[in-house]
Design a protein. Structure first.
Length: 302
């Protein structure tokens, strides 16, 4: 059974979406592994409205509790458009912003000797993301700290309990997830050393009686900007901190973890910027992993 997948979103504030299947979460994680790498996690862009589009490509294999491949594969494409508005208002000494995102995804799974799972590729919309509170503080010595609170609505086009018409996996989750986050950055002389931390806690899917365990996701950035170019390394980790449950009973073999690392390359064209991050999974336990590529476009609207 496929329990988690890979996908996500972010932008120059460090929002994010989700990731992979195996024995944890009912279907999707809310955070796409490494999707925030390359961003100044603790800082907001200057006052104004910004559009970001994450183009996330994943080629995954499923790994079991013993870190061995199960034979199941997942190919996914995630298009995650985001609008971020830095209002210019000051709250508690911090810049105040809000954001909204509506990701779309294409998923296709493969299982050896399972002809009923062929031609299951389909597009759908993931859960809508709302972030009504984003606060960023500029601190001494070029440090920045950002706190935010987001919620993933239970409005995906298909999910466990309401399967897609062509079979395969659902496009999103059949529950609501609450996501507080903390971003920390040191931004000095073109250097960006950042960590973006998310804590996800979800409600139960009332259709399947399944509830995903809480988890922590962290994306790391170490880059240097020289002229219009940005180069460096990104990394990520995801750690589930409690078991999933069904009908209130904890389920063994449902705690996952994964770690990855890869290069970052970007260029600022003035009117817009492009940045690519590639990550290879170094350790996968009860999860999916292998290789992911995210190409992020950021455009100031006004």
């Amino acid at each position: 059974m496929l329990h988690k997948l890979g996908r996500g979103l972010a932008l120059a504030l460090g929002l994010a979406l989700l990731s992979a299947p195996a024995g944890a979460t009912e279907l999707w994680d809310q955070h796409l592994r490494g999707v925030d790498s390359g961003l100044p996690a603790g800082a907001l862009p200057p006052e104004g409205l910004y559009f970001a589009l994450n183009n996330y490509f994943a080629s995954f294999k499923q790994y079991g509790p013993a870190d061995r491949k199960t034979g199941m594969s997942l190919n996914a494409v995630v298009e995650a458009p985001v609008l971020l508005w830095n209002t210019g208002l000051e709250v508690l000494g911090a810049q105040y912003a809000v954001a909204v995102a509506q990701p779309l995804d294409y998923t296709e799974i493969g299982v050896p000797n399972a002809p009923t799972l062929t031609n299951t590729g389909h597009w759908g919309n993931f859960n809508t993301y709302l972030a009504p509170v984003i606060l960023s503080w500029a601190l001494p010595y070029d440090f920045h700290v950002k706190g935010s609170f987001g919620v993933w609505l239970d409005d995906a086009s298909s999910a466990p309990g309401r399967s897609p018409s062509r079979g395969g996996v659902g496009s999103g989750n059949g529950f609501t997830t609450f996501e507080p986050a903390l971003g920390i950055s040191w931004l000095h002389d073109g250097w960006n050393l950042s960590a973006q931390i998310y804590y996800d806690t979800s409600t139960r899917n009332d259709r399947t009686r399944y509830q995903s365990g809480d988890q922590i996701a962290v994306d790391y950035t170490a880059t240097k900007t020289i002229g219009g170019w940005t180069v460096g390394l990104g990394a990520f980790q995801l750690n589930q901190i409690e078991q999933d449950s069904r009908n209130g009973t904890k389920l063994s073999g449902t705690v996952s973890q994964s770690y990855g690392l890869g290069p970052i390359l970007g260029y600022d064209f003035g009117r817009f910027s492009l940045q690519g991050t590639y990550n290879h999974y170094l350790l996968v336990h009860n999860d999916v992993g292998d290789d992911v590529l995210n190409v992020r476009l950021v455009v100031p609207v006004f």
